[in-house]
Design a protein around this ligand. Structure first.
Ligand code: SAH
Ligand code: MG
Length: 212
């Protein structure tokens, strides 16, 4: 491993967010391995942790990583919910704002030319998107509606031969919520994907045909 990559892995591990080191390194590994042309896109960037792992690979492969998030937090990040972090609330508006943290992380990583922030609502951006993606990482809202909307909005944008990664897939309901697992089942059940890898709650699939 070269010094730059070691530096980026250290930085990603220190960044706040929801991505264990082994899963982050698997993200990086599979992103380095992309088999087709086109940019990468992640849904759900939060403070930039996964974007550093994916961005490191995008830089090596000469791709852009579009990092999509409205930066207002998911339902599960709001006050009173399990994954709320009070210091992410902007005191002037009372809303969560993770964009300054995201920008700081990507700036510190020296990835500003590779990682392009898309600040907006995922289904609205998906509707306007037409560039075929070589890699799609889904880690946005984990409620039933947001997860299925991300699947329906973004999976059709993934090129044949492209890599689909889904985070927080828990086959056993004791371990976590259902929607990411449900969309993984949709992908596998579509017949358009091969299973490539599983690390923790990260699932890696390869598109073999059109379809969702
Ligand atoms: N990948 C991140 C964690 C993402 S948490 C990491 O490595 O730490 C989920 C993110 O999805 C939150 O930041 C939330 O703001 C975003 N999100 C939820 N629903 C969204 C929507 N409809 N459009 C855009 N972003 C959304
Ligand atoms: Mg996640």
């Amino acid at each position: 491993m070269d010094d730059r990559l070691r530096h980026l892995f250290d930085l990603a591990e220190d960044a706040r967010g929801f991505m264990p080191p082994d899963e982050g390194r698997a993200l990086h590994h599979h992103a380095l391995d992309v088999a087709v042309d086109g940019p990468f896109l992640e849904v759900g960037s939060y403070c930039g942790k996964s974007a550093v792992y994916l961005g490191a690979a995008a830089e090596s492969r000469g791709r852009l990583l579009f990092a999509l998030d409205h930066h207002r937090g998911s339902e599960e990040n709001q006050p009173g919910w399990e994954w709320h972090e009070p210091d992410l609330v902007d005191p002037t508006t009372g809303n969560i704002d993770t964009l300054p943290h995201f920008r700081r992380t990507i700036g510190e990583a020296g990835l500003e030319e590779t990682v392009v922030a898309l600040v907006g609502d995922s289904p609205r951006v998906a509707e306007a998107w037409s560039t075929p993606l070589s890699l799609l990482f889904i880690d946005g809202g984990h409620g039933a509606e947001p997860a299925h909307r991300d699947y329906e909005g973004w999976v059709p944008r993934l090129a044949v031969g492209g890599t689909l990664l889904i985070h927080d897939v828990f086959p056993d309901p004791v371990d976590g919520g259902r929607p990411p697992y449900e969309i993984w089942c949709r992908a596998v059940g579509s017949g358009a994907f091969d299973e490539v890898d599983a690390v923790g709650s990260l699932r890696v699939l390869r598109r073999t045909a059109e379809g969702t």
